[in-house]
Write a protein that binds this ligand. Sequence first.
Ligand SMILES: C[S@@+](CC[C@H](N)C(=O)[O-])C[C@H]1O[C@@H](n2cnc3c(N)ncnc32)[C@H](O)[C@@H]1O
Length: 281
Amino acid sequence: MSGADEARTRQRAVWSAAAEGWIADRDAIGGPAAFLTDRLIELAGITPGYAVLDVACGGGDPALPTARVVGPQGRVVAVDFVPQMVEGARELADELGIRNVEFCTIDNEIDLGVSGPFDAVTCRFGLMFMPDPVNALRAWRALLRPEGRIAVCTWATMPMMGAVREIVARHAAVPEVDPNAPGVLALPSPEKLHDIFEAAGYRDVVVETARVPLFADLPPDKWWDTMARSAGPIVALLAAQTEATRQAIRADGIRLFGERHPSGIVAEFGEALVTGAERDG
Ligand SMILES: C[S@@+](CC[C@H](N)C(=O)[O-])C[C@H]1O[C@@H](n2cnc3c(N)ncnc32)[C@H](O)[C@@H]1O
């Protein structure tokens, strides 16, 4: 197996374990960050009638809001490599009566097996989990029409991630995060995003920053439980512990996040980077 395939296998395991929570808690996760989806759709220049590819669609964000913008004359192809995510997105589309989205479980982010050309590509919080972002962006560029646009969200900072790892480390060995490996904070720099988009064949690259609430404002126990069953890397870290250790970590987590937020409501934020660009040539 190549290094890229190994990285994908690791990430697929992480997001498969988190899929149930990610789908169940989609309102608490996506609701407070809906403005970011709106901005992604704007930066991708999406308008009625467009054909849009959404890569790493998870439970359907931004694929489903995009489907409403493109309307019945447009179409969205939503892909992800975790079947439970795709199934959750498909079920939500059915519930909402959204019919202009085609869902596909893909094997990898390069050979998507979907047919273009698309007017726009979106990817919300997926690119940093991919083994070679430049290759991925190049592959998506090949599916865009000339002057088609792309918009992608990644994370610059997420302080709660370090705080949770410290809590876990009180109870168990926590593997070091390799800053060069795919992960939540693997693409934290606007300059690097500029470079990789240009290297992949895009022009007029703009990178915006946005302060994003991480989960709805909730009391510490509810906030912890939501985070612990949906934040992929944390789900994986906790799954590696015994039940007794997990309970001890949970008790510490609830206490410490309660102390971080003396109002009694946890309000954690991350800084997101929203990159928009146009296909060059
Ligand atoms: C943080 S979730 C974001 C989901 C959704 N876009 C959202 O914003 O709610 C990350 C998603 O990326 C998907 N993903 C990660 N690496 C991928 C890859 N190489 N190919 C396809 N999907 C991938 C995961 O399965 C997961 O659904």
